[in-house]
Design a protein around this ligand. Sequence first.
Ligand code: UDP
Length: 420
Amino acid sequence: MTRRVAMLSVHACPLAKLGGRDSGGMNVYVREVARNLGARGIEVDVFTRWREKDDPRLQALGPNGRVIHIASGPLGYWPKMAVYEHLDEFTEKLIEEVEREGRSYDIIHAHYWLSAKVARTLEKRWKIPVVQMFHTLGLVKREVLDEDIDGESDIRVDIEREAVRKSAAIVAASDIELDELRRLYRADPSCVAVIPCGVDPVVFHPVRQADAREKLGRDQCERLILFVGRIEQIKGIDVLLRALALLFFRRPDLRSEICLLVVGGALDPGDDSPETEKILELRRLVHEHRMEDNVAFVGSRDQEDLALYYAAADLCAVPSLTESFGLVALEAMACGTPVVGTRVGGLQTVIEDGRSGLLVPAGDYQALAEAMTQVLTDSRLRLHLAHGARERAEEFTWQRVGDRIVDLYDRILEGRAVGT
Ligand code: UDP
């Protein structure tokens, strides 16, 4: 039986502010799983990079959970490859920390390729099994992006391949990710457990649209489209802006009524991060299509606020080029907001096209414009999808994720089969 877990999340602190340059779904996942396991009496230590000046060395994460910040390299945001350069230092300091406390673990649970590299050293030293979750895969990203924006592909893919070969089990967020692991990484399906993500119904639940709009100070009559997420190429926001421009071209009567809110991203003007550049690029696109009055970049919001944004919106657009799961879609659905998403990764397994949302091909701004127009102008369809979305979202809880993960740990430790 599993008692103690060393959870590795090198670049994604479970307590970080969300929606910034590189904090999103993975941070939420680690936070929710650690809390859920902790509530069952399993001790979980999450090891993550010390990034913010005010991060304490140790931070509680629910009952039996701790976040341990490991100082390696300078503080602040860095691109992934810069984090990679300091991984050996991270691993050494982590080992020192654990030895100083005299602690031992039953299992290592690693998130993303950066943590996979650390896990290789620890599994040898501690002689305990590793559960690996990638969240996104380098080779999948390479298939959808023309250029290697992060300059990380080869090293990343080698580390991912080794993790697939050596980990006791891989957690995939959907059957699609399982297929990708088989097709691109030759993963043995008997070592892969498909465990979909969850949503917290206490935070994300239906609220009357009028009340949510009042709280946010939004017009009661506007038609509101919402985007939520990190402001990155992979999220397809440019496709969404092109779709909106096409929608206005076809239906000029809707121009005065529709507003798109883009939630997420660092907005400090003095910040020369790639994300800010991305926002500037998107602003140029907005300007090109004369949509300044229709599009607002509102910056990051915490999840309690986000629940109001979902509830205020008529639809949530998730135009991602790839998505291992897509928590934003599930959160919107739990709030009873219809989602128009792309037929990629986990999104296509969560959203049932025509029942709990609409699916369009990735990158197809014409199809996206068509689907958004339908949802915004057909109130019967909107109600039908909202109802279906709520029902569907109830199937995905963190409690269920926790059940499956504990079962996976136990199977590994008892030498039973792990594949789904
Ligand atoms: N998020 C947030 N505030 C923001 C933007 C995003 O709290 O301003 C959260 C959002 O609620 C979701 C996560 O970030 O839980 C994004 O997860 P998703 O799986 O959609 O995308 P990822 O970041 O994994 O690519």
